[in-house]
Design a protein around this ligand. Structure first.
Ligand code: 5AD
Ligand code: SF4
Length: 434
């Protein structure tokens, strides 16, 4: 019988994509998927290093499977951003980890595992952060309707708090033909949502002479035949170009959610974060996004960056209210080894971070509700999200990525029209239009 593998994925969409790629590469080498870590001969844990808590969760998950499930012959592989960051340190820290494989090296996972299964030598495969995009054709997608398509890897921005440039290296754009071919194949096999994924979609193609920019790529994908929509994540406010709005304006297939991380509403802090824009620039970008009908604006915020004063934080509250975000991911600052900000200490006490986060969350409820209310009485095109059902209701997403709950009857799939009847801070409720 062939050997069986199990992948546990933590962290962002980039990791979800990477896990699907690992699965495809392993199947090609003759390994078979297992339903649980206990049944697997090989367990791979795809980790996230963006905050301390996430990294620690990776180790505690590894600790728990090593105790619970580890048959003596089970091979345990740590992948992802913690793997890249900790390298051989992870092998020292946990005896049960056999292999440590950084995000770029996962494309060699089959070969790495086969060598280990022969010689049993514990080893870390990190450091080389360049990728060979050809391998991505082998991806094994788990969901039948929504697909992530990575358009570039890494990041050149070096925001002072962020570990991503260290864990995933410099930005490398995937050839446009490759992306378009992948998207076309997915649409043919029935995928209805293509999400183009990068740390910063706005700089797509800058490292390649002939790749063209992101708006061009987006328009080309949107021009493919079929019933689908195309979204994108994440856009950096510094590099935002109006061309992306023009592309969205000219195609009904392009999703209208703009995720533009603000991070802080204090110009002083934005500078130390090395974000490359100020609040004035951000508000200009936000105003442009709002002019596109049916758009939504979402963001990421970090509270308690080193030296953040009450006044700085009030700036964040003010910006949040002015940009009137539809929704936001909000985080307490967490110092990360090797980043520029880690040298600044972690001066804001935990209690203050928590209090600031709570104030921001309360504001988010208000801006979220205010952005959802105008949709009451409208009819939205919704893509049913097969995975989410709550109290007999189905969940779907509008073109602006707002969640809508409605009764759908059984076996409804794909695109439907929903009349929005009520709105809350985080989602809408509605009725199917027959
Ligand atoms: N501490 C807290 N939040 C962070 N993020 C990135 N690095 C850190 C950190 N060191 C947040 C940013 C980013 C999101 C993905 O995670 O808001 O946009
Ligand atoms: Fe990190 Fe900044 Fe790059 Fe985003 S843009 S991945 S926050 S360095």
């Amino acid at each position: 019988m062939s050997m069986r593998f199990y992948i546990h994925t933590m962290g962002c969409q980039m990791n979800e994509y990477d896990s699907e790629l690992i699965s495809g590469l392993l199947k090609k080498e003759g390994f078979e998927p297992a339903l649980s870590s206990g049944e697997a001969d090989i367990v791979l844990v795809n980790t996230c290093a963006v905050r301390e808590l996430a990294a620690e969760k990776a180790y505690s998950y590894l600790g728990s499977i090593l105790k619970k499930d580890k048959k003596s012959e089970q091979t345990v592989v740590m992948c992802g951003c913690v793997a890249e960051q900790d390298g051989a340190g992870a092998l020292k820290r946990m005896n049960g980890i056999d292999l440590v494989v950084g995000p770029a090296r996962i494309r060699e996972i089959g070969r790495i595992l086969k060598i280990f299964l022969k010689n049993g030598k514990r080893k870390d495969f990190t450091g080389d952060l360049s990728v060979d995009w050809k391998e991505d054709a082998l991806i094994d997608r788990s969901s039948g309707e929504k697909a992530w398509v990575t358009v570039s890897k890494g990041c050149n921005s070096f925001c002072s708090y962020c570990v991503v440039p260290l864990a995933r290296g410099r930005e490398e754009s995937r050839p446009a033909e490759d992306i378009i071919e992948t998207a076309a194949g997915l649409i043919k096999t029935g995928y209805r949502e293509i999400n183009l994924l990068a740390q910063n979609v706005n700089t797509y193609g800058k490292d390649k002479k002939d790749a063209g920019g992101f708006p061009e790529l987006l328009s080309k994908v949107a021009a493919l035949e079929g019933a689908f929509r195309v979204g994108f994540k994440t856009a950096h406010p510094r590099d935002f170009s109006e061309k992306i709005l023009e592309a969205a304006e000219s195609s009904k297939k392009i999703m209208r959610n703009f995720h533009l991380p603000l991070q802080s509403g204090s110009d002083r802090i934005l500078k130390i974060m090395n974000r490359g824009y100020d609040t004035k620039h951000y508000l200009e970008v936000a105003a442009k996004v709002r002019r596109l009908s049916g758009s939504s604006l979402t963001t990421d915020i970090i509270v308690g960056f080193p030296g953040e004063t009450e006044e700085d934080f009030e700036g964040t509250l003010e910006m949040f209210a002015r940009a009137a975000f539809d929704s936001a991911y909000m985080f307490k600052y967490s110092p990360r080894k090797g980043t520029a900000a880690s040298k600044l200490g972690d001066s804001v006490p935990k209690g203050v971070k928590e209090e600031r986060l709570a104030r921001l969350m309360a504001l988010q409820r208000k801006t979220g509700l205010a952005s959802n209310k105008p949709l009451i009485g409208t009819v939205q095109e919704v893509l049913i999200d097969g995975a989410t059902r709550s109290g007999g209701k189905v969940c779907g997403k509008t073109l602006s990525e707002k969640q809508v709950f409605f009764e759908a009857g059984k076996e409804l799939k794909g695109f439907v029209r929903v009349a929005v009847a009520s709105a809350g801070p985080f989602s809408l409720k509605g009725e199917l239009v027959k």
